[in-house]
Design a protein around this ligand. Structure first.
Ligand SMILES: C[S@@+](CC[C@H](N)C(=O)[O-])C[C@H]1O[C@@H](n2cnc3c(N)ncnc32)[C@H](O)[C@@H]1O
Length: 208
């Protein structure tokens, strides 16, 4: 089993670090802003942080002035598109599985001028928990576990998706992106409510 820190997050850092530093970045649904702050330390030109809840945001060190924070609901798609339209790099981590309309979210992102899109997400199964074999088994993520959409049981009538790697890569390609790289990994024992569950995560670097 490959841990998410070795794979998904390792790839995110590697990918971000390899991008030209004269790019501007928007860290969408940033929470604490750890990834955008990493971009500031890497020397990117400007970093925009977005989240609906400013209380979890940690301001970057005071020597950085080239950033701002915008509080907004990113499911207000027209406002969101305007906000992110001009950034070269969009970081969209830890939110796709929260999105009530993953397709509209990716479509909105595709309608901007972004050159690089970095997505991290996790996949939930039909029980809304995890898509994998029973926990405590030493498994790899098999491609067969990554096909199709999983739906939240209580909200399935609304077709609220928890998009997996296959769906997300296919949708991004349909929306005009090229998949530059991707990675998968498992994050386990992190949930207080489901302590023995493992959560399959994935990372995608899409370009155009
Ligand atoms: C799991 S955290 C991800 C944080 C960070 N990007 C990461 O990868 O570690 C999800 C974040 O999405 C934000 N969020 C959820 N729904 C949102 C919305 N409709 N508009 C803006 N932010 C939202 C939450 O406030 C939270 O900070």
């Amino acid at each position: 089993m490959k841990h998410v820190l070795e794979t998904v997050y390792g790839h995110i850092y590697k990918c971000v670090n390899s991008l030209p530093k004269d790019f501007t970045v928007s860290d969408i649904a940033c929470q604490s802003g750890w990834l955008g702050t990493h971009c500031l330390t890497q020397g990117f030109k400007f970093v925009n942080f977005i989240d609906a809840r400013p209380e979890s945001f940690k301001q970057p060190p005071s020597n950085f002035k080239n950033w701002d924070f915008v509080q907004m609901d990113i499911s207000q798609y027209d406002l969101f598109r305007n906000q992110i339209n001009d950034f070269d790099v969009l970081l969209y981590c830890g939110h796709l599985y929260h999105s009530e309309d993953p397709y509209q979210m990716l479509k909105t992102i595709s309608e901007t001028k972004c050159k690089h899109l970095i997505i991290e997400s996790k996949t939930l199964d039909m029980n809304g928990i995890h898509l994998m074999a029973p926990p405590k088994i030493d498994y790899e993520i098999e491609p067969t576990h990554l096909s199709g959409l999983a739906y939240h049981p209580t909200k399935s009538e609304l077709l609220i998706g928890r998009p997996n790697l296959n769906w997300t890569t296919k949708t991004l390609q349909e929306l005009g992106f090229k998949i530059e790289s991707y990675a998968t990994g498992v994050l386990d024992n992190v949930s207080y409510s489901q302590p023995n569950k493992a959560f399959p995560h994935y990372f995608i670097h899409a370009v155009r």
